[in-house]
Design a protein around this ligand. Structure first.
Ligand SMILES: [Zn+2]
Length: 365
């Protein structure tokens, strides 16, 4: 767009959580202010404009994001939280709104982009640019802009010359239609597994094998992938093995012991564990349909996955596996909504036992 001189003045970067729309918006803004961009097709990363953009202190790049009221600020604008914002971007560029609100200790408060912030934006964007040709506003989560956003319509529609709005959103259905219709939509697909695996290897120091496994269960969501590694020490594999043993051979005592252990782990880990299990079952279903691919490049990890799948396939047919996935999905849903973990895993254990041992599908709702 830049090279062909087709740059609109209001862009909407739309991408689901973890797709990298915000890091891309930041990189794009940096590219626009870079002094050597024409030579490179990318920002150089070293000129003084790039350095300032990278630190989020470039005077021509402004930011709007949801904030909360506090003791210090009863009519907060985004700039009140700029120090925190810079820190957040450095630490969690793939974070979501929840992460941000945690980061500024919002507790139960909902963030929003307020009327005051809209006035502030109008003021900022009517200034002349200081150092670069463009003057930009990156607005993150325009979903949190209520009717007050209508104050910005005229500005977005007929901005001063060389003014650029970059809106970064996850869900276009929650954006004011009046704003939405004035932007040029640029969609971001979820990241592909390969890119996630490469990034995990490079940035997080994972082995290629581990990176591949994490990437496979992250649904193209880099935030999710990073969450998965936080729990990488947890040996989901042995946790799963002991659960299956307790269900199939151990009886009630072993089951209760396992349930106790699992319920101590906390919601986030419980969800990760269930996700891991679903991933294995999906692999088992695939194998029962198309067989094991006889691939010399199969990693050790993949072979372990396949072994597990073959054993699972001896125990259950596809219908049973699907019934288990359904139950696990439902459990994940309830965990997210604060269900009691002990009762939940107890029920799930009993259901899986019945699904596997009766060789018929019994669903207890
Ligand atoms: Zn540069």
């Amino acid at each position: 767009m830049v090279q062909q001189n087709r740059l609109g003045h209001a862009l909407l970067f739309l991408g689901k959580e973890g797709s990298g729309a915000l890091p891309m918006a930041l990189a794009f803004a940096q590219y626009l202010v870079c002094e050597n961009a024409n030579e490179n097709n990318d920002s150089c990363g070293t000129c003084s404009s790039c350095v300032k953009a990278g630190k989020l202190i470039h005077p021509d790049i402004h930011y709007s994001y949801p904030v909360i009221t506090s003791k210090e600020f009863d009519k907060p604008i985004s700039t009140n939280f700029i120090v925190k914002w810079r820190e957040f971007i450095e630490k969690q560029p793939y974070g979501n709104l929840y992460d941000w609100l945690q980061f500024i200790e919002a507790e139960n408060k909902q963030g929003n982009i307020s009327r005051n912030e809209c006035d502030e934006i109008s003021k900022k964007m009517s200034l002349k640019s200081f150092e670069s040709r463009y003057k930009m506003l990156i607005m993150w989560m325009p979903e949190m802009l209520g009717d007050q956003g209508n104050k910005l319509l005229k500005l977005i529609e007929e901005p001063p010359a060389d003014t650029l709005f970059i809106l970064v959103a996850e869900n276009d259905k929650l954006i004011l239609p009046t704003i939405l219709s004035r932007t040029q939509l640029i969609k971001f697909a979820p990241l592909n597994k390969k890119d996630i695996a490469v990034a995990l290897e490079k940035n997080e120091g994972l082995t290629a094998q581990k990176a591949e496994v994490v990437a496979a269960v992250s649904d193209g969501n880099y935030r999710e992938a990073l969450l998965q590694i936080q729990h990488s020490e947890d040996d989901w594999e042995s946790m799963l093995r002991s659960w299956m043993n307790a269900i199939l051979k151990g009886g009630p005592v072993a089951q209760v012991q396992w349930i106790d252990e699992m319920s101590k782990l906390g919601r986030e880990k419980q969800k990760q564990f269930l996700k891991y299990f679903i991933h294995l079952i999906e692999n088992a279903i695939k194998i029962s349909v198309v067989g094991v691919s006889d691939n010399a490049e199969n990693t050790e990890k993949q072979q372990a996955l396949n072994d597990f799948a073959l054993r699972l396939n001896k125990l259950c047919g596809i219908e049973q596996l699907e019934a288990i996935v359904k139950e696990i999905d439902l459990s994940s849903y309830h965990i997210e909504r604060n269900a009691n973990a002990k009762i939940l895993f107890h029920a799930l254990t009993i259901k899986i036992y019945h699904i596997i041992s009766n060789k018929s599908v019994i669903l207890i709702n």
